[in-house]
Design a protein around this ligand. Structure first.
Ligand code: ZN
Length: 648
């Protein structure tokens, strides 16, 4: 039967201890959340203004000027969602009071019929729902709903939840197949998964039905977006594009879609909603579409880092194996969306192929989106940069080489915040009789699985260290299963319970250890982490003849600061031997990788010779130093490359 076989652990039942992820979670709680509140109130000097709260204040006061992008409200909601998760694992009366204050202003801006989007409230409410395709009213509804559900779960307070329900009901009265309603659906998806989350809290069938309607109506002919464009003379930005309405994943019904296409963030948000609805309604056909779209991404359109969206034009997927390293989009939010999709697919299937990708995105393309001090952000996450090209090449102008303080379109920073603040729920999931350990971190999970209270203590220095210990503590011996993910990247691993080697073999990437667990029982997992040299399918044009270096879940890269400039002149040996170095004081504490490599000798060339007859290249030896990809651009501006040429 198709259904969710487990759910995320409650965040208040997970304590993440010192270590890799705890650092990030504390950056979110102590720096990003307060900093973003300042940014949302336009109080960060030198940063582009957000206008997020100013718009709500104006709308609540009954009028004023709308400023910023049409979807600016959503940043406030993403911030509130991050606050909610943070409060679950770290109660903070002052933070909660600030959030309550924001919620009062938001609620005061709501219109009598429940409508709530400050752009139309301030620029002309009579024009609302006349450009659902591009003006994000239903996207805002989605983020509002997600924030409301999270804040209700965190605090038990209903104000934002009731406000969201009123807006959802307003949307329900305006959209649908019934006579007199608009047969529309979100131009930017997110409401689909949000409504299923809301249904989880309210149990109201109409909330699930609206999600189902948004998904099934999408792409049906006659096409709503086309009719809307005609009727209201809306601009069709993608008229000349190859993707047309597939930019919005609306070119055909979602069940008929074979490939992941169009705007990458929208796509993975939609697929997450599809997975939710498929599980809730036991819809095999819809689930089959999810599986197909997943494969289309991870088998043909995903970077080694877990980044997606090959093209800046449309911030979109392009075609299979088209994965340029330096002109890409690879938005932080797109990888975050891929994690949302992965988690839902895992919850339905218990298949480690999904949590493996979740881990890949988290350790690479997502945290590369923020600086090590948590105060600067990338929107675009390239696998190769040359600073001068970013400044002078029109086609690389979107590829920043330094993280920025804030963006006018600031979707990524609050998205990172809400994901990292809820990370405990991604680490552990549980069913009635099984605890799933998806991610490894020093952490504690308190669980009632098996009918009695047990605590799982995880001790590890992952991703630097190869060992993970899970110690059980409980009030009485309890029978349950601990399912530990054995990552697909790990070729050699061992597992033991109280020192005796386990006989179990993994099923779909999880080792199921069923025992009557007693206090003191200890599971030992050893995941061998040799340096791995990765190659790409030769159809990926940019990566032919190159290797990339990985260790455990981490992708590594070369930076100019360690290796000099002109990184394209560097070569790895095919049989390279690597040395690992633990550097606690470097880049926030890391393991670097060194190897004897080569550089094309420039002595052979003078600056006046651009071309000459080919002759065998001359190389000189050079030690290459690799750092984890996520940590790049935390020193002086310079070149960076993930893929390195191989000397035969
Ligand atoms: Zn973004």
């Amino acid at each position: 039967m198709l259904e969710k076989k487990m759910k995320m652990a409650n965040l208040d039942a997970v304590t993440v201890k010192d270590g890799f992820w705890k650092n990030y979670m504390e950056l979110v709680r102590c720096r990003m959340i307060p900093y973003e509140w300042e940014a949302l109130n336009d109080r960060v000097e030198g940063a582009e203004p957000s206008y997020g709260m100013a718009n709500f204040r104006a709308a609540a006061a009954g009028g004023g000027t709308f400023r910023g992008r049409v979807f600016q409200d959503s940043d406030v909601y993403k911030w509130l969602e991050a606050v909610a998760y943070s409060l679950m694992w770290h109660p903070d009366a002052q933070m909660e009071a600030t959030a309550d204050e924001a919620i009062e202003i938001i609620a005061a801006a709501q219109q009598p019929d429940g409508y709530l989007d400050t752009y139309y409230i301030l620029t002309g409410i009579e024009k609302r729902f006349t450009n659902v395709m591009d003006n994000h009213e239903l996207y805002i509804l989605g983020h509002m709903t997600e924030a409301a559900v999270a804040y209700y779960r965190a605090t038990g307070k209903r104000k934002l939840l009731d406000t969201a329900i009123r807006y959802v009901d307003c949307a329900d009265r305006n959209f649908g197949r019934e006579e007199g309603k608009l047969r529309g659906y979100p131009g930017h998806e997110v409401a689909e998964m949000a409504l299923v989350e809301l249904y989880g809290v309210t149990g109201e069938e109409r909330h699930l039905k609206l999600a189902q309607y948004f998904i099934d109506e999408r792409g049906q002919k006659p096409l709503f977006f086309a009719e809307e464009r005609e009727r209201f003379h809306n601009e069709y930005k993608w008229k000349e594009s190859y993707f047309q309405d597939q930019y919005y994943q609306a070119g055909k019904p979602v069940r008929d879609q074979e490939r992941a296409e169009g705007h990458a963030v929208r796509a993975v948000y939609l697929y997450s909603g599809m997975a939710e609805v498929a599980a809730m309604t036991e819809d095999q056909e819809l689930f089959a579409a999810c599986e197909r779209l997943w494969k289309s991404i991870v088998e043909k359109q995903m970077y080694l880092t877990g980044a997606i969206g090959s093209s800046e034009y449309g911030e979109a997927f392009t075609f299979d194996y088209d994965l340029p390293n330096d002109t890409l989009y690879a938005e932080t939010c797109a990888s975050i969306g891929l994690v949302f999709f992965a988690r839902r697919m895992f919850e339905i299937t218990r298949d480690g192929q999904y949590t493996d990708i979740m881990e890949r995105c988290l350790y690479n393309s997502i945290i590369s989106g923020m600086s090590l001090d948590g105060q600067k952000f990338f929107y675009v996450n390239p696998l190769e940069v040359q600073p001068e090209a970013s400044r002078k090449d029109f086609y690389k102008r979107h590829v920043d080489v330094q993280r920025q303080k804030w963006f006018a379109c600031a979707c990524c920073p609050p998205n990172i915040a809400r994901l990292l603040a809820s990370l405990g729920g991604y680490m552990f999931e549980q069913s009635e009789d099984t605890v799933f350990v998806n991610l490894f971190a020093a952490a504690e999970l308190r669980t009632g699985v098996g009918g009695h209270l047990s605590t799982l203590h995880l001790e590890t220095e992952y991703p630097w260290d190869e060992d993970i210990r899970i110690r059980i503590e409980n009030e009485q011996p309890t029978e349950f299963t601990v399912a530990v993910r054995i990552p697909a990247w790990c070729e050699n691993w061992t597992a033991s319970v109280n020192g005796s080697r386990c006989q179990e073999t993994p099923e779909k990437g999880y080792l199921y250890l069923q025992r009557t667990w007693r206090t003191g029982d200890t599971i030992g997992i050893h995941l061998e982490m040799p340096v791995r040299c990765m190659a790409a399918n030769p159809r990926v044009r940019d990566d032919v003849g190159k290797m990339a270096v990985m260790r455990g879940p981490l992708v590594y890269c070369l930076e100019e600061a360690d290796n000099g400039d002109q990184l394209q002149e560097l070569y790895l040996s095919e049989d390279a031997a690597f040395t690992l170095k633990r550097e606690p004081e470097f880049l926030g504490g890391t393991v670097t990788i060194a190897t004897e490599g080569w550089r094309l000798s420039e002595n052979e060339w003078d600056e006046h010779t651009l071309y000459r007859t080919y002759r065998k290249p001359v190389y000189k030896k050079q030690t290459l130093k690799f750092i984890p990809y996520y940590a790049w651009a935390n020193r002086s501006e310079g070149e960076m490359s993930v893929w390195v040429r191989v000397k035969q």
